[in-house]
Each structure stands twice: as structure tokens, then as C-alpha cells.
Design a binder for this molecule. Structure first.
Ligand code: ASP
Length: 329
């Protein structure tokens, strides 16, 4: 596949498919822009399943820096694989080895990354807003790999792609996002993406873990887990984000599991063909029972990971098109 096959700069109807320099969040994206990224990812799903994984070197000569100031397994690995599959030189910068530990400010770090003349920077940081701060200071596209409890846009895109492939659509589906919504950037990005694409979104959890006024995001709020699951087409479970909690939000893991853990019995409340999702890492026996997580007919957990590589390939490709002179913002 060559760059010549890349979509034109502007669609025939005059609408730019993705007129953004960075991907710092789902907030502010139009539904057609979200759908465009999902459509772009489809080609990579098919090719990633083939025997030869490196199909294309459209990012050859470009440097991708993955700057992770917070732990990650799936996201870091999939951005690294995505960059390499498209031919980029990929460098990972981990927090333990960085100068941030030595007191360097975020702006200094941004200036340093910029001076390295990276062509794309992927950032994960525990402070909400940190990624935007860096994006404002550097010359290349920045992709948010999760900032505090704010946003995790590529997670929402991979979740939307998984749903669209398994259910054939997103519009009109009822999606229940369950658990620690308060501390979850995954929940926030998913609410923005799924409501934009026409799903009916419910948030379900204990009152202490649901943000005040969450209904203003266009979702329905449930504190009764069974009621929240009733007839849901998709059940998305979230981990208790203990690293972001100050004080006790839940009495104990055991009690939490009793009230809000997804078990086979509970799942019967949802639609008979309901899809179970989890962004990982899962805490088995707390928010999800192993028998549900491992039920291949219902659980899309490994497919979510697979879609993550395809979505990140699409995002890296689309955001660097202007740099490569093949269309873009
Ligand atoms: N991996 C996801 C995130 O980075 C979810 C989680 O950590 O629970 O936000």
C-alpha cells in the first residue's frame, strides 16, 4: 500500500476528514472524524492478521517517541508495535529513567523532546491536562496515551472499533459503563465517543464513584448494578483506580464484588448477546469474575487489545500525513 492510496486532503463534499494536528482527546471531534479514524483502522486489522506483519513503511525515516510518565503494558506496547509496523524508528522514554524524577518541569521535558526533532510524540502522564500542555509546546503531532483521569482517546477508538465490528453498528446500542467512572479517563473518552456515534450510554456504579452531574454528558446514571445492566448490548467494566483514590471510596474489595462485580448471574440481566469489555488491567474477582472475562462467546477483551494496534497505526498515519506531504490538516 502506498501513500498514493491515502485519502485526499479534502473530501469531495468539502469536508476535511481529520483537520487536527494532535489527538489529545475525543472532546471536540466530530462524529465523522471519529468514524474516519475507525474506517482507517479497518485496513490494518486485516493486514495485521496476515503472516507478514510489516506491510508498509509509510513512516520510514520518522521518529516516534513514546514518553510514558505512568505505567503501561498494553498501550505502550501497541504504540511501539504500531510505529514499527509502519516503518518508524521508535524510542521509548520511561519515567524511571527520565529527568522528571530529578525535578525537571514538564515544559523543559517538552522542549527537550522537541529538540530531538521527533516526528510524533505519544505521551502518558498522571496529571490531567499535561498532554495538552506539551502539545502546545512542540512542533510535531502529539497523541494522548492517557492523562490522569481526563482522556484516553485511542482506548475509546479501539473500543468503538471493537463494538462496531462485533455488533455491526454503534448507533442505537445501549452501552453500560460500570465501576469506577469517577477516576477513569477510559470512561470519559468512551462517553464522548459513543454518544457522538449515537449509542445510548449508561454509567453504573456506587454513588462515591460516579462524578457529580455526569448526566450533563448525555448519559443515564445508575447506582443499582442490576438496573443499569438491564437489556444492555455492551457491558464495559472498569477497574477500581486505587492509585487515583485518596481515602476510602469502597468499603472492601469483597463487598464491592458482591454489589458491583460482573458475574455470570449478573450478566443475565443484560441482552442475551451482550458483549463484555474491559480496557485492562483486569482485577479478577473484584470488578469481573474470571468466568466472565474468559468466556470467549461474550468477552471481547483480547479483541480490544488487537484493535488497539490497528487504531494506533491509523492515528499515527493520519496525524503525520501533513508532514509526509500526503494530506492532513
Ligand atoms: N489501562 C487503562 C488506563 O490506562 C485502564 C486502567 O488502567 O484501569 O486508563
Amino acid at each position: 500500500m502506498s501513500d498514493a492510496a491515502a485519502p485526499a486532503r479534502v473530501r469531495p463534499d468539502g469536508v476535511h476528514p481529520f483537520p487536527h494536528r494532535h489527538l489529545t482527546g475525543i472532546y471536540g471531534l466530530h462524529p465523522h472524524e471519529i468514524a474516519f479514524l475507525l474506517d482507517e483502522a479497518e485496513q490494518w486489522v486485516a493486514l495485521n492478521r496476515g503472516a507478514a506483519k510489516k506491510h508498509d513503511d509509510r513512516l520510514a525515516g520518522l521518529t516516534l517517541i513514546n514518553a510514558f510518565f505512568e505505567n503501561s503494558t498494553r498501550t505502550l506496547l501497541s504504540f511501539e508495535i504500531a510505529g514499527k509496523r509502519l516503518g518508524a524508528d521508535v524510542v521509548n522514554m520511561m519515567v524511571a529513567a527520565s529527568s522528571v524524577k530529578k525535578g525537571e518541569t514538564l515544559i523543559d521535558t517538552a522542549m527537550t523532546l522537541n529538540a530531538m526533532r521527533a516526528d510524533m510524540i505519544v505521551i502518558r502522564h498522571d496529571a490531567s491536562g499535561a498532554v495538552q500542555l506539551i502539545a502546545d509546546k512542540v512542533d510535531c503531532p502529539v497523541l494522548n496515551a492517557g492523562d490522569g483521569r481526563h482522556e484516553h482517546p485511542t482506548q475509546a477508538l479501539l473500543d468503538a472499533l471493537t463494538i462496531r465490528r462485533r455488533k455491526g453498528r454503534i448507533a442505537g446500542l445501549t452501552v453500560a459503563i460500570c465501576g469506577d467512572v469517577l477516576h477513569s479517563r477510559v470512561a470519559r473518552s468512551n462517553i464522548l465517543a459513543l454518544t457522538a456515534l449515537g449509542a445510548e450510554v449508561r454509567v453504573v456504579g456506587p454513588p462515591t464513584l460516579l462524578p457529580a452531574a455526569i448526566e450533563q454528558m448525555g448519559v443515564a446514571r445508575f447506582t443499582d448494578f442490576d438496573a443499569g445492566l438491564d437489556g444492555a448490548d455492551v457491558v464495559m467494566m472498569l477497574r477500581l483506580q486505587r492509585e487515583r483514590m485518596e481515602g476510602g471510596f469502597v468499603p472492601s474489595s469483597r463487598e464491592y464484588h458482591t454489589l458491583y462485580g460482573l458475574t455470570p448471574e449478573r450478566l443475565k440481566r443484560a441482552a442475551p448477546d451482550a458483549l463484555v469489555m474491559h480496557p485492562g488491567p483486569m482485577t479478577r474477582g473484584v470488578e469481573i469474575a474470571s468466568s466472565v472475562a474468559d468466556d470467549l462467546d461474550r468477552s471481547a477483551v483480547t479483541e480490544q487489545v488487537e484493535m488497539g494496534v490497528a487504531v494506533r497505526m491509523a492515528c499515527l498515519d493520519v496525524l503525520t500525513r501533513a508532514r509526509r506531504g500526503v494530506g492532513g490538516w
